[in-house]
Design a protein around this ligand. Structure first.
Ligand SMILES: [Zn+2]
Length: 311
């Protein structure tokens, strides 16, 4: 039985496009794929094609009204605007089903010991997708679909979600608030899209807004002081990661001023908690990160730690 970590991808995810100037572009996941290949990191992982999520899987995180509305809006040609930042082309719906299906497959592989951890290099991202609404480049909340699959299908009782994207994961909070089986820990830049998160919407939310230009030291202190004690108390049986790399100092989307070493550091903290409580079980799903070079280098730093190759 293969025990290599899983790398989940699908070429359908390259076909969803929102216009030539849109930052959430197909080249993002291509840049990550190339960097992992160049650095030799894909040699240590088993590649899998992302399956299409089923309606039953999506319905664990989204209303059926919303699922039917997004399917109905999928255009046969041209594009349809869903919110000011988010649009669908004829391939978007399928790409979104793949991105959510990746999280489901990742969960199955990790919970059946076919992979120690899994990384989903997929788009569209998911953490702004709410129970009943798309938004912020997101259609289905990939991590929330994976988390509910782990809880409802595999029967786990405690799952943590850690979100280090520069933007608050309002969609994940909307879906997972008050689900006592979930602890969500996030850091995000204050006063930035989607302008939420300062007041947590559930007792299971550890929201840490950071002022613009905080830098890595402030971020690390926030995680050490606020995430880690909560994660320790919660003792998750599995950890999902909303891995957004748009807090990098080269990424214009935010101003947290993080660098690759900071993403490696965060990942080491996540791995340590997972090893103590969760048999090392981690599913990491790509969220944001819009400057292809810093995105690819940061994702490689993240994976190098997950693979245990960082020292
Ligand atoms: Zn983001």
């Amino acid at each position: 039985m293969a025990t290599l970590p899983a790398y989940i991808f699908h070429t359908d995810c390259l076909k969803h496009e929102m216009g030539p100037q849109h930052p959430e572009a197909p080249g993002r996941i291509g840049a990550i794929h190339d960097m992992l290949l160049i650095r030799g990191l894909l040699d240590f992982m088993q590649p899998y094609d992302a399956p299409l999520a089923t309606e039953a899987q999506l319905a664990r995180a989204h209303s059926s009204l919303y699922l039917h509305s997004i399917a109905a809006q999928s255009p046969a040609s041209g594009s349809v605007q869903i919110d000011p930042d988010t649009s669908m082309n004829p391939y978007t719906y399928r790409a979104a089903l793949r991105a959510a299906g990746a999280a489901v497959l990742a969960t199955d592989l990790v919970l059946t010991q076919r992979a120690g951890f899994a990384f989903c290099n997929v788009r569209p991202p998911g953490h702004h997708a709410e129970y009943g609404a798309a938004g912020g480049f997101c259609f289905f909340n990939n991590v929330a679909v994976g988390i509910r699959h782990a809880l409802d299908v595999h029967g786990l009782e405690r799952v943590a979600l850690v979100d280090f994207d520069v933007h608050h994961g309002n969609g994940s909070e909307d879906i997972l608030r008050d689900d006592a089986r979930v602890l969500m820990c996030s850091i995000f830049e204050d006063k930035l899209y989607p302008f939420s998160g300062n007041t947590p919407r559930g007792a299971n939310m550890v929201n840490v807004p950071l002022p613009a230009r905080s830098g890595g030291d402030v971020m690390r202190a926030a995680i050490t002081g606020q995430w880690l004690p909560a994660l320790e108390r919660f003792a998750p049986q599995m950890i999902f990661v909303s891995a957004g790399f748009d807090g990098h100092r080269e990424d214009d989307m935010g101003n947290l001023g993080l660098v690759e070493a900071d993403y490696a550091w965060i990942t080491r903290q996540i791995v340590a908690v997972a090893q103590r409580h969760a048999h090392g079980r981690i599913v990491s799903c790509l969220e944001g990160g819009y400057e292809p070079s810093s995105l690819a280098r940061s994702a490689a730093a993240h994976l190098k730690v997950l693979l245990g190759l960082d020292d």
